[in-house]
Design a protein around this ligand. Structure first.
Ligand SMILES: Cc1cc2nc3c(=O)[nH]c(=O)nc-3n(C[C@H](O)[C@H](O)[C@H](O)COP(=O)(O)OP(=O)(O)OC[C@H]3O[C@@H](n4cnc5c(N)ncnc54)[C@H](O)[C@@H]3O)c2cc1C
Length: 390
């Protein structure tokens, strides 16, 4: 028997986050749009984000995906997905405090006090530095190198497109270590900004301006190696599938739901040639098609999160979810913009911002093509069966 109902606890969490978003976060939307119209930023600054996170903590939302031993709520993947669906309903770049990217939980006990706990506490911020100017999708081909010298490593090379790279106090960064017994070996390191790497910002089409990071003979102590030497890809992959499956997927479902609600309202209110847009069949079809796609996407996200929650191998579900949901959200925002006509394209409305912001979802954390390649390989190599969701 299949039962798709949420537990009482999951429903309670969903309702509480929805109420918090409405009361505390959505009121920032208009002021942020106006700030951007005057040449400022449409994103929350650090102070604004911290103030909201403090309010959220007081309301009981802190460390949603952080294990209890670190003081977190550890609500589980399905509730996490539901939370991201609610936070995704606003374009405001809000996220709850008390979390750390999951690779940091792989650190050893000596590393955690400097690189995990302060991130959970919001005292330090981190970045994940894998991509390079010449290498993105084929990440195994990175060129930056780490060479051992006594009890230190010397790092050289450039990382690019690094989210939070302009602000991060440290990064978990990946370097080729060919002198360590494997010509293709890659090792992960914890590298503080204070150790000497420099960042330069890159302006992008939408939110999420990343940075290029420059490593010029940066010296790192041996104790900052993450996991084992030449085992960097296992570390990198720990980060990727969760993000693909229900964090980005959840947010994109939430954004699409909010956008479609705006389209419904516009279709009811706008009259052309003596009739509401809602009475035109092509507009009805655009809305209905979006609704069908949102429902399919939501089930993919929740199924992936559920698979993770019962310790199944959720990698295929994660790639399917990432690919489908990112494309669905881009189709929905395009239709919603079209239904709004000129207003959809205007900066007074959030639609044009969402249109720009959502485009990255088809590129980062594995582009469309990389996810499709994985999906096909899994079928061909028998790791997944056609249509087998359980
Ligand atoms: C805003 C932003 C933030 C980012 N944040 C981070 C971060 O924090 N950390 C990090 O390490 N990276 C980050 N990235 C990098 C991101 O992961 C890469 O951009 C992504 O992996 C694609 O790599 P690429 O840009 O080098 O494109 P390429 O690998 O050059 O690919 C270009 C195009 O060709 C396609 N393609 C490539 N190979 C094939 C193939 N074999 N068959 C068919 N098609 C193919 C790709 O899908 C893509 O459409 C970020 C990028 C952006 C834009």
């Amino acid at each position: 028997m299949i039962d798709f109902s949420l537990t009482d606890e999951q429903r309670m969490i969903q309702d509480a986050v929805r109420a918090f978003m409405k009361k505390e976060v959505m009121p920032y939307e208009q002021p942020l749009l106006h700030r951007a119209l005057k040449g400022g930023s449409a994103e929350l600054d650090k102070g604004e984000l911290k103030a909201l996170q403090k309010k959220a903590k007081e309301a009981g939302f802190w460390g949603i995906d952080t294990p209890e031993e670190y003081g977190g709520a550890n609500v589980g993947p399905v509730a996490e997905a539901l939370i991201h669906m609610e936070t995704g309903k606003s374009f405001v770049n809000f996220k709850f405090g008390g979390s750390a990217m999951n690779v940091l939980f792989l650190l050893n006990e000596d590393q955690k006090p400097d690189y995990l706990i302060p991130v959970i506490q919001g005292e330090r911020s981190a970045g994940f530095a894998l991509s390079e100017p010449g290498v993105g999708s084929d990440a195994r081909n990175i060129k930056a190198t780490a060479v051992r010298q006594g009890k230190e490593w010397v790092l050289n090379g450039e990382k690019t497109w690094i989210t939070n790279g302009n602000d991060a106090d440290f990064v978990i960064a990946f370097f080729r270590t060919p002198e360590e017994g494997d010509a293709n070996g890659v090792t992960a390191f914890l590298v503080d900004r204070a150790m000497g790497w420099k960042s330069s910002p890159i302006r992008m089409m939408g939110a999420h301006d990343p940075a290029s990071l420059h490593f010029d003979n940066v010296r790192v102590p041996d104790r900052n190696v993450v996991g084992k030497v030449n085992d960097g890809f296992r570390v990198a992959m720990a980060f990727i599938y969760k993000n693909r499956g229900w964090i980005l997927g959840g947010k994109n479902v939430g954004a699409s739901e909010r956008l479609l609600a705006m389209a419904m309202e516009q279709a009811e209110n706008r009259v052309t040639f003596g009739k509401k847009l809602a009475e035109r069949e092509n507009i009805q079809f655009m809305i209905a098609e979006s609704e069908a796609e949102i429902r399919a996407a939501k089930l993919l996200v929740l199924d992936c999160a559920w698979q993770a929650s019962v310790d199944k191998d959720y990698r295929q579900a994660s790639c399917v979810s990432k690919f489908f949901v990112a494309n669905m959200a881009n189709r929905v925002v395009d239709r919603v913009l079209q239904i709004h006509g000129g207003m959809g394209y205007a900066k007074e409305m959030p639609i044009e911002k969402w249109y720009r912001d959502l485009r990255i979802q088809r590129i980062w954390e594995g582009s469309d093509e990389m996810n499709l390649a994985w999906i096909f390989r899994s079928l061909r190599e028998g790791r997944a069966q056609i249509g087998d969701v359980h």
